[in-house]
Write a protein that binds this ligand. Structure first.
Ligand SMILES: NC(=O)c1ccc[n+]([C@@H]2O[C@H](COP(=O)([O-])OP(=O)(O)OC[C@H]3O[C@@H](n4cnc5c(N)ncnc54)[C@H](O)[C@@H]3O)[C@@H](O)[C@H]2O)c1
Ligand SMILES: [Fe+2]
Length: 391
């Protein structure tokens, strides 16, 4: 089995609207799923393998599910990843693996561990410590979709910002989806991460770079997460529903990897970094506000959100009412899951936000996710939207 597939093999070209334009859509990561998927790790027998994860994965013993498949490998475990990984962790991890010179890096954990591992592998490559590294991503939350994306979201705590790195070098070669790994995720983290999936799917569907290929992935993802996330909420032990949300997360990752995201993510990165709010939670809070803002005066944008509503089986006579129903449905889901509607309700430090208002606005405008939002935005718009989310 060779997991180093050349990108071109699965690259499909199609012509865009302009006669000189060629759009590209590619899916490189090989995806293994199902209850025996972790056994595919045995193919790395005899190789030097570095594992990047967080301390919970080690203390809970979940890491053993990985290491037991690597008995024939020389392994080292770096478990210093913290939520919203910083540049420092990337450097620390690269130093940690200096001696091992890993041929394979396994990213194991939530989005934070996956993104840290991607950054560490890229750092090792850049420093020339290894010729090339095979990157294997094994998510243990159903949220980021990072196992199939070219993104790594990195924090700069000194400046209270979080920014997406985007590069083909960050794309995992292999993704392994095993829903038994997510069974222990607590309810609130499951709901936050699940709403991240819903946000990825909706933002991919309305992005200025949405295309037929990303739409196919985002539509399926949205339908699945909308149907199965409430089932997970009501029964955390429902592995069938857990698996559906896990797969929806990966599908949404593939969708936004092609289409990009939007203003919900642009604002979530800036506000989440300053106020230390879980990524999925701040997305869920912002989503209804941004849908209302984006769809206000533009029929085409409204059409796209109305499509989201229909995918979620929300029927109504016209697009305006369908979009209103979409907003209400997200608000209803948030309420059921215990996700607050505003920063005041969450108990965030509003004074700190007001003190850093200009920095936050600048970060939102510079965030690469903001650039694919369907409605162009300026500083006044962002200030208005920040007032909305403050509540
Ligand atoms: N690269 C991308 O494409 C992308 C996309 C969206 C979000 N992100 C980033 O991902 C990060 C968020 O990832 P996340 O939402 O998965 O959270 P996370 O990785 O920060 O994990 C949240 C918490 O859940 C715990 N956890 C993880 N797996 C568990 C399990 N199986 N059982 C019990 N607890 C478990 C972790 O230890 C942690 O305490 C943010 O930094 C966000 O910016 C990246
Ligand atoms: Fe996200």
């Amino acid at each position: 089995m060779n997991d180093r597939l050349p990108v071109q093999k699965s690259t499909l070209f199609y012509s865009g609207n302009g006669c000189h334009m060629v759009n590209q859509f590619s899916i490189r990561s090989r995806i293994y799923s199902g209850e025996n998927a972790l056994q595919t790790l045995q193919q790395y027998a005899g190789q030097r393998v570095g594992i990047v994860t967080d301390s919970f994965m080690v203390s809970s013993g979940l890491i053993n599910r990985i290491t037991e498949q690597l008995a024939q490998c020389e392994t080292a475990v770096f478990s210093e990843v913290k939520p919203d990984p910083s540049i420092d962790v990337l450097q620390q991890g690269a130093r940690f693996f200096y001696e091992l010179r890993p041929q394979v890096i396994i990213a194991f954990g939530g989005g934070s561990s996956l993104d840290a591992a991607k950054g560490i592998a890229a750092t090792l490559n850049t420093l020339g410590i290894v010729d090339s590294i095979l990157l294997v991503a094994i998510p243990t939350t159903s949220g980021s979709g990072s196992e199939v994306t070219t993104y790594a979201i990195i924090s700069d705590p000194a400046n209270n910002i979080k920014y997406p790195l985007v590069s083909e070098d960050l794309l995992p070669d292999v993704a392994i989806l095993d829903s038994s790994l997510v069974m222990s995720v607590p309810r609130s983290v499951s709901m936050d991460t699940g709403m991240d999936v819903m946000t990825h799917a909706i933002e991919a569907l309305v992005s200025i770079n949405a295309n037929d290929f990303s739409d196919a992935l985002a539509e399926k993802s949205l339908r699945m997460v909308h149907e199965f996330l409430p089932q997970v909420f009501h029964d955390l032990n429902n592995q069938y529903a857990r698996e559906k949300v896990h797969h929806a997360s990966c599908l949404a990752g593939m969708a936004f990897n092609s289409a990009g995201l939007g203003l919900v993510h642009g604002m979530a990165h800036a506000l989440g970094a300053l106020l230390h709010i879980a990524h999925g939670k701040i997305n869920a809070m912002l989503l209804p506000i941004i849908i209302k803002f984006n769809s206000q005066d533009d029929e085409q944008i409204r059409d796209r959100y109305a499509l989201c509503a229909r995918i979620m089986d929300l029927q109504n006579q016209n697009n305006i009412m369908q979009v209103q129903q979409l907003v209400k449905q997200i608000q209803r889901l948030n309420k059921m899951m215990g996700i607050p509607a505003s920063l005041k309700e969450l108990g965030s430090d509003i004074g700190l936000l007001r003190q850093n208002l200009q920095e936050v606005i600048t970060a939102v405008l510079n965030d690469s996710c903001t650039k694919t939002n369907p409605r162009p935005v300026n500083a006044t718009d962002i200030e208005y939207l920040i007032e909305q989310i403050i509540g």
